[in-house]
Each structure stands twice: as structure tokens, then as C-alpha cells.
Ligand binder design. Structure first.
Ligand SMILES: Cc1cc2nc3c(=O)[nH]c(=O)nc-3n(C[C@H](O)[C@H](O)[C@H](O)COP(=O)(O)OP(=O)(O)OC[C@H]3O[C@@H](n4cnc5c(N)ncnc54)[C@H](O)[C@@H]3O)c2cc1C
Length: 387
């Protein structure tokens, strides 16, 4: 067993850290408050190959795995730039297409995802179904040689920046008549696909949307994979990378907050010559948060290693645990950082309260802490399904 990264992974970590620091949290917040996107950072990360680290080399990627993509997510977040679209475009969409897309779909989309010129976002959540994906109401019906999609999706991130949405819909199985899930690549300018922006209490340059699909017609080759049977495995293929990379973003955000706070408490003096960090009431909560973040990082590393080794079931358990641990650790770290900075913690300038909304959302999305506990109770502890 080793806890060391390979020399290449170490280099990647250093290089992404340097890129993130050149932009920094100030840039991220400025873009968010101006209602703009982090276009320059995304384009540079794409040019440098960081967005495609997990995409096979024959499609223009770096040929690495989710371990490498998790490094990219963590280091950008640790520099104060937690980019949610890394989780949907390179982690979910690129993995789904690499593993289950047709050769034509891989050729059409993966090079653009790798260099950042294309973004594909992911739409599964629905207003009525919520956490219960078995209740999805978006339906795809055959229409001549194509498909007609109807339904509603909510909280879909980044639709305004993307060229395609990877839509999870249900199709009728010709044999059984039962509805089963399938994934469709829907261009964002397709007639019948409309959106409205949700007002979210998160300081982020990335936005969430309600999506309306009203008789959205797509050609036959919009269906991901060779046949309808690809639907369920394709959907599951995206889940572990999603959990692992969102966990990595949480761990990076936690590191960022603890670093900001530690710098401040080591130098701030309000009682004579001693720093406020010399008081254990200040340093212990920070140290506790640092322990939680490091524990989460270990689980992320384990989950990513298992995933890249093709051990999907074990990666499912550890990926969920990593997401849970990192979500809690990030929320704790940011809240603690705000507290030890005092009034400065609530200012925009010190750049920690700006992350409160994002880390709070990280305990809900993409899978809530309760649904992870349900999963662990059932699959690890052998309890009856509770819902
Ligand atoms: C910032 C942000 C970005 C997002 N981006 C995307 C995106 O790009 N694409 C996308 O498809 N979705 C996206 N989502 C949606 C997200 O995945 C959902 O919000 C999440 O899955 C929870 O679903 P829900 O909001 O409908 O909550 P609900 O299912 O209504 O649940 C509400 C509460 O009840 C709890 N609960 C529900 N069922 C159970 C149960 N059986 N046992 C115990 N507790 C339960 C939940 O844990 C939660 O706390 C995003 C959400 C946010 C906040």
C-alpha cells in the first residue's frame, strides 16, 4: 500500500495548483457577482489538458483516470475556484460517452470535452421525482426514425454554457412494455427545449436551471449507446465519477478555507502580543476541521483508485462514503473559518463566507447525505431498505 502519488500525478497537482492560484477566489467571486462565467480559466485549463485528463488519448485526452480528474477538481477548489461543471462535463458526460457511447459519439464529443471547447451538462433531477429516480417522468417516445422527449428537469447546472444536455428519460421497452431509463444527447438549441434560471443563494459563476422539454425532437443517434440496453449501465457509469469528483471539490474547498483561516489566526493579535490562533478555542476547531478534511481526502483517494482499477461495486461504496465525508468536512471547514475570522469572516474581501452556500449545497447535491446513509445502511450494514 502506498499513499504517494506517481511523479506524473504530483506534477499535475503542482501545475493545476499554479493555474488555480493565478486566477484565485477573487476572480471566481468577481465573475459570479457580475453574472459571468469563468471562461478564461476553463479555456486555459482545457488548453493545458487538465479538463481531459481522464479521456482516452485517441480522443485527445490525457489517458488518465478519475484519480487525475479528482486532482484537478481538488486543486482548483483549493485555490478558491470550485468549478461545478468539472463534475458534469468531464466527469459524468465524458465517462458515460467513453464507456457506453457509440464510436461516432465518442469521436464527435470527446475531443471537444477534452480541450474545453464543448460542455455537456447532465439532467436527471425532476421536480416530482426528487431523490427517487425510479419516479422519473420525462419520457422519450419513438417518432419516425428519431425520438420525441417530454418532461421537466430542475436544478440543472450550466445549461447556459453548454452545447448539449445529457438528458435521462424513460423509454418503452418493446418486449415488456415497461419504461426503462435511457440517455439522450440533446443540443441546447433544439426547438422545444426551454429553460428558466433559478435564483440560488450560492456565490457561483455557474447557474442552475429549470428545463422544459416540450416535444423535443432528436435524431436516432442522440440515444447514447448502440441500443436501449445501454441506458441503465450508462447512467450508473456516471455516478461514481460524479461522487468522487464532487467529493474532491469539497476537500479542496475545505483546504482553501482552513488555509485562509490559519493565515489569519496566526497573525491577528487582539490580546497583547499573542495571536488569536494561540488560543485553543480558536486553533482546536480549525485543527479538528483539518483532520476531517484529511480523512475525506484519504477516502477520495481510495474510491478513485478502486474506480480506476475497474472495481465499480467497491468504488460505489467508497465513492458514496467519500462524498459524504467530504461534504460534511467542507461545510465544517468553511463554517469554522468564518467563525475564527470574526467579522472579517463575513466580508467578501476575506473570501470564506462566499463559499457558505456552495458547501451547504454540497450536503444535498448531487446525492444528499441522507440518501448516502440509506445506501450505507442497506448495502454495508445489511439493513432492510427503508424507503
Ligand atoms: C447547486 C445544485 C446543483 C445541482 N445540479 C444538478 C445538475 O446539474 N443536474 C441534476 O440532474 N441535478 C442537479 N441538482 C439536483 C440535486 O441532485 C438534487 O437537489 C438532489 O438529488 C436532492 O433532490 P431534491 O432536491 O429533489 O430533494 P428531495 O428528494 O425532495 O429531498 C428533500 C430532503 O429529503 C431527504 N430525503 C428524501 N428521500 C429520503 C429518504 N428516502 N430517506 C431519508 N431522507 C430522504 C433528502 O435527503 C433531502 O434532505 C443540483 C442541486 C443543487 C443544489
Amino acid at each position: 500500500m502506498t499513499f504517494d502519488l506517481t511523479p506524473e500525478q504530483d506534477q499535475l497537482r503542482d501545475a493545476v495548483r499554479a493555474l488555480g492560484r493565478r486566477y484565485g477566489h477573487g476572480y471566481f467571486v468577481e465573475k459570479a457577482k457580475a453574472g459571468e462565467h469563468t471562461t478564461e480559466l476553463w479555456a486555459e485549463a482545457g488548453r493545458l489538458g487538465y479538463l481531459g485528463v481522464n479521456i482516452p488519448t485517441e480522443y485527445g485526452g490525457g489517458g488518465g483516470g478519475i484519480t487525475e480528474l479528482a486532482i484537478v477538481c481538488e486543486e482548483l477548489a483549493a485555490a478558491g475556484c470550485p468549478l461545478l461543471l468539472l463534475v458534469v462535463s468531464p466527469a459524468i458526460a465524458a465517462t458515460v460517452l467513453t464507456r457506453h457511447g457509440t464510436e461516432e459519439q465518442r469521436k464527435r464529443h470527446l475531443p471537444g470535452l477534452a480541450d474545453g471547447s464543448q460542455k455537456i451538462v447532465f439532467a436527471i433531477t425532476e421536480p416530482e421525482a426528487g431523490s427517487n429516480f425510479h419516479r422519473l417522468g420525462t419520457v422519450a417516445r419513438r417518432d419516425g426514425d428519431g425520438w420525441l422527449l417530454n418532461g421537466r428537469k430542475c436544478y440543472i447546472s450550466g445549461v447556459d454554457e453548454a452545447d448539449h444536455v445529457l438528458v435521462v428519460a424513460r423509454t418503452e421497452d418493446a418486449g415488456t412494455g415497461k419504461l426503462k431509463p435511457a440517455l439522450f444527447l440533446v443540443p441546447t438549441d433544439t426547438p422545444g427545449l426551454t429553460r428558466s434560471k433559478l435564483d440560488m443563494e450560492i456565490v457561483s459563476p455557474e447557474n442552475q436551471f429549470l428545463l422544459y422539454l416540450d416535444d423535443v425532437r432528436v435524431p436516432a443517434d442522440a440515444l447514447v449507446g448502440e441500443s436501449l440496453d445501454a441506458g441503465l449501465p450508462a447512467l450508473f457509469a456516471g455516478l461514481n465519477p460524479e461522487r468522487i469528483t464532487v467529493a474532491a471539490m469539497g476537500a479542496g474547498t475545505g483546504r482553501y478555507a482552513i488555509e485562509r483561516a490559519s493565515e489569519y489566526t496566526a497573525t491577528r493579535k487582539v490580546w497583547g502580543g499573542r495571536s488569536i490562533g494561540s488560543h485553543q478555542g480558536v486553533s482546536h476547531p480549525l485543527a479538528h476541521a483539518a483532520v476531517q478534511v484529511e480523512l475525506a481526502r484519504l477516502m477520495i483517494q481510495k474510491a478513485a483508485t478502486l474506480y480506476d482499477a475497474g472495481r465499480d461495486l467497491e468504488a460505489g461504496v467508497t465513492g458514496n462514503m467519500a462524498k459524504y465525508a467530504a461534504g460534511e468536512a467542507a461545510a465544517l471547514a468553511v463554517d469554522t473559518a468564518v467563525q475564527v475570522l470574526g467579522g472579517a469572516g463575513m466580508t467578501t474581501e476575506y473570501g470564506v463566507a462566499t463559499l457558505l452556500g456552495a458547501v451547504r449545497a454540497g450536503r444535498i447535491a448531487p446525492v444528499s447525505r441522507e440518501m448516502i446513509l440509506n445506501f450505507v445502511a442497506q448495502h454495508v450494514l445489511g439493513q432492510d431498505k427503508s424507503y
